[in-house]
Design a binder for this molecule. Structure first.
Ligand code: PSU
Ligand code: MN
Length: 309
């Protein structure tokens, strides 16, 4: 599959120099936030990673290639193009073979990061088990990817549009460890607490790196969720977000939204129903994750003999 990879000059130079690289997804740009805030967010997140001493690699599918690291113009293209497809594991061969423009989800970004030898990936929230999954079977491919692809995913937990308890059960069944940073609780994206505990609290980057390095040294293939709560100043009111989430879910149901359209529909409605305040929170938590992810990438880099599997 290496034949499909195309490294940006910045990432290619980082690989040559042996510098730590942090992967970033692109569905969050194309389907997770509106233009132009999405492009501004993408650039700021990349800069935060550089400032912390690592090299950012935003990943997308362009012209039949898996692009590892994007130019400013490519970020802009993804941010403003309505034809950008949301690409998960299932969609990769179609988008590459048809030379379509593709924005990678958590699952697809993990696959591409592993191919490119990148161990740390920063995003906002991962997909999970949707509420009502017992009848809809709607479980994000992100979870299965975490089970099999060896990349650490720094996120702010999962949104309460999902069934957080079932998402954690699924991850446990699949042997995916859930780490929390700075608190024992597993965060719920817009809010710092979900009411559920993470498996292991590891506050320091060197502790997180040692955990991840040990998992892979043991031959335990698969990802690790590094959950980092939104900064308190940007957290939303739980009552408000719960109410709005219920409304968005009811609307999705009434309109018969299904498949890959569900998550983007809910994100967009929540943004509208909070008059854009959810977007401010979303951007703040991704930036916070970028700093934690860059520190983790540096610490992993220092580990003697780390070999991603
Ligand atoms: N959750 C968010 N923002 C996002 C996504 C999820 O808060 O942008 C995106 C991510 O790309 C994630 C995808 O991988 O949605 C999950 O989609 P689905 O539920 O269709 O698997
Ligand atoms: Mn789904």
């Amino acid at each position: 599959m290496q034949q499909f990879l195309l490294f940006s000059p910045e990432v290619a130079a980082a690989r040559l120099a042996g510098k730590p690289v942090v992967a970033l997804e692109s569905t969050i740009i194309s389907h997770g936030m509106p233009y132009p805030q999405n492009v501004t967010m993408a650039r700021e997140v990349e800069q935060l990673i550089r400032d912390a001493g690592a090299v950012p690699a935003t990943i997308a599918i362009i012209d039949g290639k898996i692009c590892i690291g994007l130019s400013d113009a490519q970020l802009e293209l993804l941010g403003e193009s309505p034809e950008a497809m949301k690409v998960s594991r299932r969609d990769l061969p179609y988008v590459i073979a048809q030379r379509r423009l593709g924005a990678t989800t958590v699952a697809a970004t993990m696959i591409c990061a592993q191919l490119a030898g990148i161990a740390v990936f920063v995003t906002g929230g991962i997909g999970g088990v949707h509420r009502g999954a017992a009848t809809s079977f709607d479980i994000s491919a992100d979870l299965q990817e975490l089970a099999q692809t060896s990349v650490a995913v720094v996120c702010a937990g999962v949104k309460s549009i999902l069934d957080i308890g079932l998402t954690l059960e699924y991850l446990e069944t699949q042997g995916v460890p859930v780490i929390s940073v700075g608190q024992p609780g597993f965060p719920a994206f817009f809010t710092r607490e979900s009411g559920y505990q993470a498996d292991f609290q590891l506050d320091e980057a060197h502790e997180q790196a040692a955990f991840i390095g040990t998992k892979w040294a043991l031959g335990l293939r698969g990802g690790v969720v590094v959950s980092n709560p939104v900064p308190a100043a940007y957290a939303m009111d739980k009552g408000e977000i719960d109410r709005i989430t219920e409304q968005a879910l009811a609307e999705a149901d009434a309109r018969g939204v299904s498949g890959k359209a569900v998550t983007p529909f809910l994100l967009d409605r929540i943004k509208q129903l909070t008059a854009g305040r959810s977007l401010v929170t979303n951007i703040a938590l991704v930036k916070h994750n970028a700093v934690v992810g860059a520190r983790l990438a540096l610490a992993l880099h220092e580990l003697p003999g780390l070999k991603p599997i």
